[in-house]
Structures are given as structure tokens and as C-alpha cells.
Write a new protein. Structure first.
Length: 308
């Protein structure tokens, strides 16, 4: 089958990659569409140096074979992290933190930039018939945005800033806007900021401060910007993952009693619900053939993906 394989340094397009098979508790999924996430670009840059395998984790597919008969033929999305099923984290609803977890397209498991891949049944979520594939493709990143209100109480009376004007920021901002909170976007690109204008402020004045600051700019500078604008006793939510480290004075956070909260993948069912109800709206995905992966990875479209 066709697949985009990461060999440790670069992606390689293959047409003879072996087709996987369903196994106990795991379904064979035929990929309809798979989207490029910033994390994929970071894996290529060295964020997961030990990974070898098919890249990608955002997908919509159809279950072709499974020992869970209720899944066969269903159009589905799915979660990335497969835990061991029997540790303190797996047993306390924190499977994505399992110490020996595998992650599709990142750690130990082939991902979704191929015609087929295999996923644990319990990570699979059927898509409502009324939700088109082009919209359902946003489920995983939207779930990651929903992880913020899942972890942190955002009061409608709170003021919130989102640092970043890209894809993740747009999803987070729409989720925060649903709470009614006073929301400001701190971005650099006037064209991208237009996406936010209907529901958030896009201008920040020097000296403005915020109770909650969410870093979604995908760069080590985000935490520094956050430090400059978060209020004392406020909260900084960190959503960016990147290769490399940020150099920052942590004593400042101690003295000012600022909470730093990391936040990663989130709940899929609420994401499917918001997309299906039309409460979160995102620009259309730009689709490519897998063999044109170089052009896809170089594109500056809002979101790019592969059609199979
Ligand atoms: Zn992703
Ligand atoms: Zn575990």
C-alpha cells in the first residue's frame, strides 16, 4: 500500500509498504482522509528522535475489519494514545499518560499517512452521518482544544488571552468564546487574525493583562509572551509542543503565584458534538495526493491533508 514513512531523518514515500491486518481488540481502518498536524512537522524536525514508521494521527476512515462487529463499515475518527491497559494511569482514566503507551504516528505504532492502519477498538469513535468527512477531520485537534475547559474552569466573567493565530489557536479561541469569556487574540499575522474577528478582540494594548493566558503559538517565545501578560495569581495554559526548549525565569512564576498548566489531547465525543452542531467553524482543508507530500508539507494553507 501507499504510505509516508519516517526513516528517522525524513519522510519517505513508499508504494509497497505492507498492508496491516486487524488483530485481537484492534480494527483495520481504511483511511479516507488524513490531515497534517503541526506535531507531524515537529516529528520530522526531531521532536521524536526514536520514531520509525508511518507518520500521521489525524484521520477519518472506515473500519474494514474488526473483532468488534458493531464497528465494521462505520465511518470513524480515533484517538492517538494506546495504553497498556493495566497501570495506575490506565486504571484511573489517564490512558494517554500510560508510561508504556504507544502513539500512532509518533511512538511504536504506524500512523495514518497510509492507505490502511490499525487502531485499538476502544480508541475508535463513529462519526454522525450528518457530519461530513471534511469537517470530521478536525475532531482530534478540536478535542485538544476542549481539553482546556476539561481541566480548567473558565468563568464567563473571566478575561482570557490566546497567544497564536494559527489552527490550534483558532480552535481554542472558538471553544473559549463559547463560555462567553472576554477573549483577546495575540497574533502577528493580520490575514490570520481576520479568522477571529467575529468572536474575539484581535488587538492587545501594551499593559493589558489577563487572568488566563493560553499559549498556542507553537514556539518557545509563547511562554515568554505569556509571562508578560498574565496577572499575578493567574494561570498560563501551555498547548504548544515543539522540538527544543524555552529559557525562562521560573522564579517569577513562584513570586507571582502563577499556575502553569500543561494540556495535551482531549475528549473526542464533545468535539464531534460541537462540529456536528456547527458551533465551531473552520476553513476548508486543502487536500493532496500522498505522493505530493513535499508540496503538502510546504503549503501555508490553513490545514492540509491527504485524500486516499
Ligand atoms: Zn494533531
Ligand atoms: Zn498503562
Amino acid at each position: 500500500m501507499k504510505a509516508l514513512y519516517f526513516d528517522g531523518t525524513k519522510p519517505v514515500y513508499l508504494e509497497d509498504y505492507p498492508k496491516p491486518a486487524a488483530s485481537e481488540g484492534h480494527s483495520l481502518i481504511k483511511v479516507l482522509m488524513s490531515a497534517v498536524c503541526n506535531t507531524d512537522r515537529e516529528v520530522i524536525k526531531g521532536y521524536r528522535p526514536d520514531f520509525r514508521g508511518v507518520l500521521g494521527h489525524e484521520f477519518v476512515g472506515v473500519v474494514e475489519a474488526s473483532d468488534d462487529k458493531s464497528l465494521i463499515g462505520k465511518r470513524v475518527v480515533g484517538e492517538l494514545n494506546e495504553g497498556c491497559g493495566d497501570c495506575i494511569y490506565c486504571n484511573t482514566n489517564r490512558e494517554k499518560h500510560c508510561l508504556t503507551r504507544k502513539v500512532i504516528g509518533m511512538e511504536g505504532l504506524d500512523g495514518t499517512f497510509g492507505e490502511y492502519f490499525v487502531l485499538a477498538n476502544h480508541l475508535i469513535h463513529p462519526i454522525p452521518d450528518s457530519l461530513p468527512t471534511e469537517k470530521a477531520i478536525y475532531t482530534e485537534p478540536l478535542a485538544a482544544a476542549l481539553e482546556i475547559p476539561d481541566m480548567l474552569h473558565i468563568r464567563p466573567s473571566t478575561n482570557v488571552a490566546v497567544i497564536g493565530d494559527g489552527r490550534l489557536a483558532l480552535m481554542i479561541a472558538q471553544v473559549v468564546a463559547l463560555t462567553g469569556a472576554d477573549l483577546t487574540i495575540i497574533g502577528k499575522n493580520p490575514d490570520k487574525l481576520k479568522n477571529f474577528e467575529s468572536f474575539a478582540k484581535t488587538s492587545h494594548k501594551d499593559g493589558d493583562t489577563y487572568e488566563i493566558v493560553i499559549d498556542a503559538c507553537g514556539h518557545p517565545s509563547g511562554i515568554k509572551t505569556a509571562k508578560n501578560i498574565v496577572r499575578k495569581r493567574g494561570t498560563v495554559v501551555m498547548k504548544s509542543t515543539y522540538a527544543g526548549t524555552a529559557n525562562i525565569d521560573l522564579s517569577w512564576f513562584v513570586v507571582n503565584e502563577v499556575t502553569i498548566m500543561g494540556s495535551r489531547c482531549g475528549p473526542f465525543e464533545p468535539a464531534l458534538k460541537l462540529l456536528n452542531m456547527g458551533l465551531v467553524n473552520l476553513p476548508p482543508i486543502e487536500l493532496w495526493d500522498l505522493k505530493d507530500y513535499e508540496k503538502a508539507l510546504a503549503s501555508d494553507a490553513f490545514k492540509v491533508g491527504f485524500k486516499f
